[in-house]
Design a protein around this ligand. Structure first.
Ligand code: HEM
Length: 239
């Protein structure tokens, strides 16, 4: 695992991200994808490296969802930010519910804690949570039919916290987001080290699973791509 020095270098890289830049600069950020420190670590984690390469297009498509584009631009309005939080809350309720009882032993159930943060933000903004539609629950349930697929879904949920750090910085001057940002903030400066810990658990967990002939590693990218698509469709469904 990476030591404290590389952790602080990664955090330093995070803090170098300029809050307001043009779209093409942001695309380059995404294309470059990670800091030089993280690039080294990417090579040490072949399963994550495969997932990253095979989901890049899905990630870019998701980023183009209107709510995320507005958030990414730092100018999302309060009503739209409420919609975003409501939609993310329903998405996590559906996906976390589907994962319960299927989590690999190496993954702490406490990590499925995004719903609490989303509910807290909605409460702060005086906005109710939205009921989770049964079709969304069914679609979430279908994401993870095997132990390998569960790892693919977890990869997406964990990785989302990286992008959120960028969104937090881009909205540092946004009054709507500043009022309630427990979800986007997540683990804040500790995000990089949580991510590295997850990557270690992913490599070990999915590999062990494979040796036991229970886990089909080829199922991971498919499950991850379906998770990106489900969220993209769900966010785009918002009026
Ligand atoms: C506009 C919204 C978003 C932006 C601007 C964004 C941006 C980024 C950036 C810059 C990284 C690389 C960070 C790093 O490696 O240090 C990243 C990684 C990642 N993001 Fe996003 N993201 C966004 C939304 C999301 C969402 C909603 C999800 C999932 C639901 C997601 C899933 C991931 C994953 C899985 C990774 C890790 C890729 C890897 O293995 O390196 N992102 N994102």
């Amino acid at each position: 695992m990476a030591g404290a020095t590389s952790a602080s270098r990664l955090q330093a890289w995070f803090s170098c991200l300029a809050p307001q830049r043009g779209y093409s600069a942001r695309r380059n950020e995404r294309k470059r994808h990670v800091s030089p420190v993280a690039e080294v670590e990417v090579r040490a984690w072949p399963i994550r490296q495969t997932l990253r390469a095979e989901t890049q297009e899905s990630h870019e498509r998701l980023e183009r969802a209107a709510l995320l584009t507005e958030l990414s631009g730092g100018s999302i309005t309060l009503p739209r930010y409420r919609h975003y939080l409501q939609r993310m809350h329903a998405f996590h309720a559906a996906v976390d519910g589907a994962l319960m009882g299927r989590l690999p032993p190496a993954y702490a159930v406490a990590r499925l804690n995004q719903g609490t943060r989303l509910a807290s933000d909605l409460h702060t903004l005086g906005t109710p949570t939205m009921p989770v539609p049964p079709p969304l629950c069914r679609a979430a349930d279908a994401l993870a039919p095997s132990p390998a697929a569960v790892w693919g879904v977890l990869y997406v949920l964990e990785g989302a916290r990286l992008g959120s750090q960028l969104l937090l910085r881009r909205n540092a001057a946004n009054a709507a987001v500043c009022q309630a940002h427990a979800y986007i903030q997540g683990e804040g400066e500790r995000t990089g080290s949580f991510w590295r810990d997850f990557c270690v658990v992913l490599e070990e967990g999915a590999t062990l699973c494979d040796r036991q002939a229970v886990c089909d590693l080829q199922a991971l990218p498919g499950a991850a791509n379906r998770t990106f698509s489900l969220l993209g469709d769900w966010l785009e469904d918002c009026p």
